[in-house]
Design a protein around this ligand. Structure first.
Ligand code: VGL
Ligand code: ZN
Length: 209
């Protein structure tokens, strides 16, 4: 694939809590690191995101007495899945996985830091209107094609890709550099949305082909 200086690799939430042993472990989550490192060699620009919640975050089941993790509730902005406490600001679980070596990354974007609203996407919080600033950053830097990798495929990676399309940017997910949570058919559901929105899927080997 022909790569240019306007391409950016968005590495989503490769944090301890989403890897084996973490509070919201994604099966095989740390397996994304190797393909991400290989993919990174093809990019002039890399951005990392970091899920970054307050201790009493509204997306935690623990903030809703009587509710369990993975249940769904209605919040002011719509349905919200409740999660185990994870990626709390300043904790080890919120740190990037120690094997992730992307010192060239130009921006670390934190999201989900507002207590009352979750943010799966790197572009918009879960109300789909509060911006994170990433759209403006990409625009100002002339980065206009987004490749995505990381955790989790069916949540933060997928929502970010869909929002990139909403902003009119080409969005390509590096499928082998992602792992999914797959909660109640979430993979099948988001892949239907990918098809409608024009999110593309490819593997890291195809970058250098
Ligand atoms: C994520 C659930 C809750 C993710 C973050 O990174 O996909 N999923 N917070
Ligand atoms: Zn989260």
């Amino acid at each position: 694939m022909k790569m240019t200086s306007h391409d950016v690799l968005l590495v989503i939430d490769v944090q301890n809590d989403f890897c084996p042993g973490g509070a919201l472990a994604v099966a095989d989550g740390d397996a994304v690191i190797e393909p991400i490192h290989r993919a990174a060699q093809q990019f002039q620009h890399i951005i990392l995101t970091q899920d970054w919640h307050t201790p009493d975050h509204n997306s935690f089941a623990s903030a809703h007495p009587g509710k369990d993790p993975f249940e769904q509730i209605e919040l002011s902005y719509g349905p919200q899945t409740l999660w185990p406490d994870h990626c709390i600001q300043g904790t080890r679980g919120a740190d990037f996985h120690p094997a992730l070596q992307l010192t060239r990354a130009e921006l670390i974007l934190r999201k989900g830091f507002r207590r009352t609203i979750d943010s799966y996407s790197a572009f918009f919080e879960n109300d789909r209107t509060t911006g994170t600033g990433l759209a403006g950053y990409l625009r100002e830097r002339g980065l206009n094609r987004v490749f995505l990798a990381g955790l989790a495929y069916d949540y933060c990676v997928g929502y970010s890709a869909l929002d990139a399309r909403r902003l009119g940017l080409p969005a390509i997910i590096l499928r082998d550099a992602c792992r999914a949570i797959d909660l109640n058919g979430s993979v099948a559901e988001i892949e239907r949305e990918f098809a409608t929105a024009g999110v593309e899927l490819m593997n890291t080997v195809d970058l250098s082909a």
